[in-house]
Design a protein around this ligand. Structure first.
Ligand code: FE2
Length: 273
């Protein structure tokens, strides 16, 4: 009898919640006050960028404009130098990683860039408090590279709120491996019809009725184009490349303190004010 009740309860819970609810519950168990504040107390304090991410799930813009008087060009030229120096290694190892988080976070120019760009403040406004810089990586894919990134749509795991910034370091037209995403409304529509439990890679045919006739959002554009989105809230993918195209992207990612996966954090976001 007990087992039957337990199984029915499990079935009921499973049929009533989707992966986003599950993230909310796990985050609430870890940081109840934070999640409560995010949901009920902070609605009026947000910037326009945050408001757009909260309502539509993403924001695209020009990093030069976001940075105001500071320039993205210095950082860009340092990243290009880094790519040149790592080209041989990337090609021989067939890896997209020019540099990973630990190398980049300790390099002075990246530290300065995150401070000057205000990315940490944007992330904190969206996250609803201080969090952590969790990823900073430079990805390169040269023409005819076998694969770069995760080309199937998916949701990331592990947090109630987190924010990805994808920055084009070179001009990246459509088909150069730029991030693609499905806005919040459409993602919610999909989740109401089908269960996905985070990090599950979805073939296009699985989401075809959601994307049919829908303009998939993307991060294509000249150098300095920035795409911001919450990877746990909108279906996204990247790395769909035409053979002759090249991709050079900087990924900067922040998580809240409620992140419940085991992977370590890199630096408190407050280090970058
Ligand atoms: Fe992802």
């Amino acid at each position: 009898m007990k087992v039957r009740i337990k199984n029915s309860l499990r079935k009921f819970i499973y049929s009533s919640i989707n992966y986003k609810h599950w993230c909310l519950i796990k985050s609430f168990m870890k940081e109840p006050r934070y999640v409560f504040n995010c949901l009920f107390r902070q609605k009026n304090k947000k910037t326009d960028i945050t408001k757009k991410i909260l309502t539509e799930g993403f924001y695209t813009g020009d990093l030069n404009k976001i940075m105001g008087d500071s320039s993205w060009e210095n950082t860009r030229s340092e990243l290009l130098k880094l790519k040149d120096s790592e080209e041989e290694r990337c090609k021989s190892k067939q890896t997209r990683y020019v540099a990973r988080s630990k190398e980049l976070v300790d390099s002075g120019f990246i530290n300065e860039f995150i401070k000057e760009s205000g990315l940490a403040k944007i992330a904190e406004d969206y996250i609803g408090g201080s969090g952590y810089l969790s990823v900073i990586e430079l990805w390169w894919a040269w023409p005819n590279f076998k694969k770069s990134g995760y080309p199937q749509f998916h949701l990331d795991r592990g947090d109630f709120r987190s924010l990805h910034f994808f920055i084009n370091v070179i001009d990246m037209p459509k088909g150069s491996g730029e991030s693609l995403l499905i806005d919040k409304k459409k993602t919610d529509e999909f989740l109401s019809k089908r269960k996905t439990w985070g990090a599950e890679m979805l073939e296009d045919k699985v989401i075809s009725d959601v994307i049919e006739g829908y303009d998939v959002q993307n991060g294509s554009g000249p150098s300095g184009t920035i795409l911001m989105f919450d990877p746990g809230h909108v279906l996204h993918c990247g790395g769909r490349m035409t053979p002759e195209s090249e991709r050079l992207s900087l990924l900067v990612s922040f998580h809240s303190k409620a992140k419940f996966l085991k992977e370590g954090f890199l630096r408190p976001s407050t280090n970058f004010h």
